[in-house]
Design a binder for this molecule. Sequence first.
Ligand SMILES: [Zn+2]
Length: 83
Amino acid sequence: MPMYEYRCTACNHEFELRQKFSDPPAKECPKCAGAVEKLISSASFALKGGGWYDQGYSGPGKEKAPSCPATGGGGCAGCPSAA
Ligand SMILES: [Zn+2]
């Protein structure tokens, strides 16, 4: 589920919400019920590159065999060149 960041335009309170794509965006500040604006955060919404997102998501990098942490190359059960 993607994480969205919002900031209240009244009290500047910043908060994050995990929402489905189908959920309507937040409109009210949970603190003061003021109007909020959505922030674009590259940190919590990293679609490419490293980070936790790669753990459970099939991305372009998943096609390649991961380098084995034990041998630095191949050799573990997950490596195609395991000997
Ligand atoms: Zn507020």
